[in-house]
Design a protein around this ligand. Structure first.
Ligand code: 5GP
Ligand code: MG
Length: 206
């Protein structure tokens, strides 16, 4: 039974002791190998850049920042502390009944926690833009609630998988078509607590 995270030079990072324990108890894998795709420093710089772009565009505008549960929680928290002025926060949930990897199924939206957005400017924040179906449906649903404007921000975008016309207004990082976990993103419920974005080989042991 083993678990390791590699940096981009193939060196084993050994500081995830608690995660390693968790891996033993909750996952059926005999071996899990992860590679850091985006380090804490890279994520932090990317979010600095996103926050500057949002601030430049909004000027004095009041915002309703709407995060998409559950993958966006870290991004929402880190972005919020970099934004000034009047900001309300709300959350929505979206699930697309995925199987093991990234095959999207029927999209289910839950807007019950969305605050009143009528006549307000909304910044919709999600972890990753994959096919784009989730963001497209959410932008439409928030406009249907009477928002004055809806801009979309994602930490990651898989450029080769887009199935929709819409593109996010703000993108942190473009990534190849690989399955990533960490910094809020999960695989079967685990790994959201990793502070980096890691590439996980979901075929290993599953
Ligand atoms: P879309 O509707 O754009 O195809 O799907 C976006 C959603 O799919 C994301 O919010 C996320 O929940 C999930 N997703 C897509 N790619 C990945 C990935 O590489 N890792 C994880 N953990 N979730 C993903
Ligand atoms: Mg999601």
């Amino acid at each position: 039974m083993g678990f390791c995270i590699l940096d981009r030079s193939g060196n084993v990072l050994t500081r995830h002791h608690d995660i390693r324990m968790k891996a033993r108890s909750v996952l059926p894998y005999t071996e899990i190998i992860m590679e850091v795709l985006l380090s804490r420093e890279e994520l932090s710089e990317g979010i600095d850049r996103l926050a500057r772009l949002v601030e430049d565009d909004r000027g004095e505008q009041r915002l309703v920042l709407v995060g998409v549960l559950t993958g966006s929680i870290m991004l929402v928290a880190d972005l919020l502390r970099r934004l000034d002025g009047f900001i309300e926060v709300g959350m929505v949930a979206a699930s697309s009944y995925r199987g093991l990897e990234t095959t999207p199924g029927k999209l289910d939206l839950h807007l019950d926690l969305l605050p009143d957005v009528s006549q307000k400017h909304v910044l919709l924040v999600d972890d990753i833009f994959d096919t784009g179906r989730t963001m497209t449906a959410l932008v439409e649903a928030i406009y249907a609630r009477g928002a004055a404007s809806v801009k979309s921000l994602v930490l990651l975008r898989k450029t080769s998988r887009t199935e929709v016309v819409m593109q996010p207004d703000y993108v942190g990082f473009n990534i190849p078509d690989v399955f990533v976990v960490g910094y809020g993103l999960d695989h079967n419920g685990a790994w959201r607590n990793l502070p980096e974005i890691c590439l996980i080989d979901v075929s290993v042991g599953s």
